[in-house]
Design a protein around this ligand. Structure first.
Ligand code: C2E
Ligand code: CA
Ligand code: CA
Ligand code: CA
Length: 277
């Protein structure tokens, strides 16, 4: 109900109320989605440039909405992060990825799956124990999964993040710093983080063929990573020229539409069978 102030204007903001209502219904819809299997993991291959093989895929979540079709993560993950529902989603992602990996194991396709962990997850001190429990339940070895953690997530609370990351690392999980170059991590932290890999953000990759600044940033990041004993992967590779340039710079792996878009598991199988991988 509207309250009226002295000015005679309604104190409540109708647009604000509808936003709250929208949020409540989005929350209800998301809960419904997870309970009714409307969420799905798509998988995008990563190519190891030295061996020219695919041994890893990244899990990317999609909401297959019965009315609205495929909803990309940008339209619900930030909301889930702001409400804390991301913890439920992340647990769901870990379980689905472990099930998928177990299924691939039985058909002789030992692809390692990288999953995206949000800033909010990193602030959850129970995450390492949750991981350990789920891995045990699924009889998984640590090389089944790896984690992608954005640079900005780590910089939200570097000390807290470091604590959680150290525990995850101790359970044998490999970790990558996602969107590297966009989050201003200090080199002092980078040196201390228990990570194995840097993933150069696609904003530097997309145009590196035409933009000498981007090419310089990419080359320097590859050298920096290698000098610190880390693997370096580039995301957002969309053409042969970018692949060649990254190969010449000594980049370890690449990922991008030029290789494949993220695919549903059955499409990924077909793609692997029909291409020369
Ligand atoms: P991200 O982790 O940086 O993932 C890379 C995004 O780039 C993906 O978008 C991928 O489909 C897209 N991409 C891949 N190759 C190319 C390319 O060659 N060109 C271009 N332009 N784009 C490419 P997507 O799947 O829409 O995911 C967007 C973001 O949503 C992800 O960014 C990640 O931050 C988040 N996300 C996705 N799945 C999950 C999840 O399971 N959990 C969490 N917490 N976040 C997720
Ligand atoms: Ca990622
Ligand atoms: Ca990225
Ligand atoms: Ca530039």
């Amino acid at each position: 109900t509207a309250k009226r102030g002295n000015s005679g204007f309604a104190l409540y903001d109708p647009s604000l109320e509808s936003t709250t209502q929208q949020n409540l219904s989005l929350m209800a819809e998301l809960k419904h989605a997870i309970e009714h299997n409307e969420l799905q993991l798509y998988y995008q291959p990563k190519v190891d440039l030295r061996s020219n093989t695919i041994s890893e895929v990244e899990a990317l979540i999609r909401w297959i909405h019965p009315k609205r079709g495929v909803i990309p993560p940008d339209q619900f993950i930030p909301f889930a992060e702001s409400t804390g529902f991301i913890a439920t989603i992340t647990e769901w992602v870990i379980e689905r990825a472990l099930e998928q990996r177990a299924a691939w194991q039985t058909i002789g396709l030992p692809l390692s799956i990288s999953i995206n962990i949000s800033a909010r997850d990193l602030l959850n001190a129970k995450l390492p124990a949750k991981f350990a429990q789920l891995m045990q339940t699924h009889n998984a070895s640590p090389d089944w999964l790896s984690l992608e953690i954005t640079e900005s997530a780590i910089m939200t609370d570097p000390k807290g993040a470091m604590h959680v990351l150290n525990q995850l690392r101790q359970s044998g999980l490999h970790m990558s710093i996602d969107d590297f170059g966009t989050g201003y991590s200090s080199l002092a932290y980078l040196k201390k983080l228990p990570v194995n890999e840097l993933k150069i953000d696609k904003s530097f990759i997309t145009d590196m063929e035409n933009d000498p600044d981007d090419a310089t940033i990419v080359r320097s990041t590859i050298d920096l990573g290698h000098n610190m004993g880390l693997r370096v992967i580039a995301e957002g590779v969309e053409n042969q020229a970018t692949w060649d340039a990254l190969m010449a710079m000594g980049c370890d792996s690449i990922q991008g539409y030029f290789v494949s878009r993220p695919l549903a598991p059955e499409k990924l199988m077909l793609w692997i069978q029909n291409s020369n991988w």
